[in-house]
Each structure stands twice: as C-alpha cells, then as structure tokens.
Design a protein around this ligand. Structure first.
Ligand code: SAH
Length: 362
C-alpha cells in the first residue's frame, strides 16, 4: 500500500482507534494501548509497542502510518517563547508557538493554512485561505511540542493560524485527544478555542467539546465590527452574544474570554469602553486587551500604553476582569497575528535571491 493511502493513526481519537483495531480483528484495548504508545510515550516504531500482539504490529506497519509534521525551523525568543515552523506532507508550512509562563506552559496551535475570514488587522488574512489542517496535523503540533518539552503542555490555545470553527470536525477530534486520559490529559478548561464568531458552529461546539472559549470581539458595535471582523456581517452581535452566553450557561465559574485588539484611534476610546461594558453586561467575562502587533503593509498602529491603561481601568471599574495581554515573542514574529506572514516573506525573499543568482549566472 502506498504511504499516502494508509490511515494516518494521528487522525484517530480513542473511539476511532478502537474501531480500526476491532476492524483488523483485535480487541478494543489494543487500540487504547496503541493510542497511549503514540501520544503518551511518543513511540512511533511499532516494533517497540511490546504489549501489542506481534501480528497486529506487523499489520500496522504494513497498512497504517504515523505521519507527523516535521519541525524545520526553531526560533527561541529572548522571553523564552519559542516558535516552531512545521512542514506538512505537501510542503505547506505552519507555525506553533510555545509560551512558558511560570508553572504554565502554553502551546499556541494552528488549525488552518491561511484563513478565509479576512480580518482587517490580521496578517494571516493577507495570505488568504489555503486549506484545513487534518486532525493529525493539529494534534501533531501538540505531539511535537510534547517531545520538545519532555512533557505535555499545561495549556493549549487554538489561537494560531486559521479559524478553528471553520475546520470543525478535525479541530474537535484533535481537542478530544488533547483532553484524553490516554493521550495528553490536559483539562478541558485549559484548552481554549478562539473564534471570530461563526455562530452555528459555536452552538454545535458545546455538545461536541465544551472547552474554554475565547471570542475575537475587537469592537463593541456592529458598524465597527463589520469593518474589523467581516464575518460579523453574517453573524452580527445580536446573534453572537446570546450564543456565547448559552455556551457557558449552567457552568459555574466559567467565563468567556473576549479578545480585543487595541488599534490606535479605531476602537480604543472611552466611548468604546463604555459601549463594551454595556454589551457584556450580565455575562461572566474576562477581557484580554491585545496590543496590536504591526506587520508590513498595515496602516493600523497600536494604541499608546496610556490609552490601553485607561481603557482597562474603565472596564475594571465596571467590575470586568481585564488584562492587557503581554506581547510575547515579538522579537521573533511569534506574536498574535504575525504567524507565518514572515515565513512567506522569507520564501519570497529566497525566490528573489534565487532569481538574482540564476540571473547572475545567465
Ligand atoms: N481565528 C481565530 C484565531 C485567531 S488568532 C480568531 O479569530 O479568534 C488569535 C487572536 O489574535 C485573535 O483574537 C485575533 O483577532 C488576534 N489578532 C490577529 N491579528 C492580530 C494583530 N496583528 N495584533 C494583535 N492581535 C491580532
């Protein structure tokens, strides 16, 4: 069987793995053991999986594969943040970021190559949409990070490239593996999905997964949000906000995290803060103010620190937990909204340089 046609075992969650192994004529617990070998122990050589029957190991080696993204580039930052560039089977590249913070270790995972949503302040939007990542490619980022770190991360945020709810099934299956006892065993409250607000998918998510939710709000009214986060034209605030409210309904102590990028002169006035307070009234909330990370070709600027602080104080006075997100890894282009943009720049530069060399020779 050709490599590409074989089932990639990294695509399977626990029920999927059990079904595959039962189909092959073995017991479900062999499927569970296999899951543990791959994800808990990081073993990808079937011969080493000594508690599986030898015949099963041989068939797995002949009929399946364990396909992982390859780390092709590692860039540590001064603040301990590390960016990994991963290459996929088809040569596409994605980025995964590791953010240590005291006892916490957070992995920021990508869900798509590029993104279709076209948020005006996001550099990923500039490269357009390429394709969804498979479950294997999403969980492969956690697999690779776990091997690099020597243990699973304590937290995962789906805040890398792409809109996770636009790749629903693959993202949900990957999150299942993140929280699975036989795999990474990360508490579901420590897995955070960040969405720009695809409302029907958000409503399905609670049944499917029930992880922590972050919503890219960025504006307190439809007119401004239509401009910054164009998916708002399809799912406006009067649909998004109730869906978020319902997501945490009946769950004590749960809060929605609202992401709010601070854009100089665009969404950062006290009037915006007041409107935001009204919008979030009665919803258990945490607001993350994100200083805008500029990238080449953007006209936006980040708000001055004093304005971010005044905005934050206003929210805090209204009883809303508000933090200004630390900009991590900005010296290596690993900060929010910067992922892969530069890698593409790099490859463009390489193309140009390649062209020059060839031209010089001619
Ligand atoms: N598609 C998902 C995940 C995107 S990235 C979503 O929209 O939520 C995670 C966060 O970074 C989002 O809140 C996104 O709006 C924000 N972001 C994007 N570009 C940014 C930039 N240049 N500066 C600061 N934050 C940015």
């Amino acid at each position: 069987m050709g490599e590409a046609e074989r089932t990639n075992l990294l695509d399977l969650d626990r029920p999927g793995m059990e079904a595959l192994i039962v189909d092959m004529g073995f017991k479900p617990f062999h499927g569970r053991n296999l899951l543990k070998w791959i994800h808990k122990h990081g073993v990808t050589d079937f011969a080493q999986m000594t508690d599986l029957p030898k015949v099963l190991r041989e068939r797995l080696a002949a009929e399946t594969r364990i396909g992982l993204p390859e780390i092709v580039f590692e860039q540590p930052s001064l603040d301990g943040t590390t960016k990994w560039v991963l290459e996929l089977d088809d040569g596409q590249r994605i980025e995964t970021v590791y953010i240590p913070d005291g006892d916490r270790s957070t992995i920021c995972v990508s869900s798509q190559v590029g993104c279709a949503l076209d948020c005006s302040f996001c550099s990923t939007a500039r490269q357009g949409f390429n394709r969804n990542l498979t479950t294997a490619e999403i969980i492969g980022q956690v697999w690779a990070a776990t091997r690099e770190l020597g243990r699973p991360p304590s937290n995962v945020v789906l805040m890398g490239m792409g809109e996770p709810l636009a790749n629903f099934d693959n993202v949900v299956r990957a999150m299942q593996l993140m929280t699975e006892d036989l795999a990474y065993m990360i508490a579901r409250t420590r897995v955070t999905l960040s969405t720009s607000g695809i409302v029907p998918a958000l409503r399905r998510l609670r049944e499917a997964s029930n992880v922590s939710l972050a919503v890219s709000l960025h504006a307190p009214d439809n007119a401004l949000r239509d401009e910054l986060v164009p998916i708002n034209r399809k799912y406006p605030l009067e649909e998004l906000i109730p869906a978020c409210r319902d997501y945490i309904a009946g769950e004590k102590r749960r809060k929605i995290t609202w992401e709010y990028v601070m854009l100089d002169g665009v969404n950062d006035s006290i009037a915006h803060a007041k409107a935001l307070i009204r919008l979030l009234q009665g919803i258990p909330s945490k607001v993350n103010l994100i200083p805008f990370n500029p990238f080449p070709g953007t006209d936006y600027r980040t708000s001055p620190l004093e304005r971010i602080d005044a905005f934050r104080q206003r929210l805090i006075r209204a009883g809303i937990i508000t933090i200004t997100r630390k900009t991590r890894g900005d010296d290596i282009d690993a900060a929010c909204g910067q992922l892969v943009g530069r890698v593409r720049d790099r490859s463009r530069r390489q193309l140009r340089e390649g062209g020059t060399v060839a031209g010089g020779r001619a």
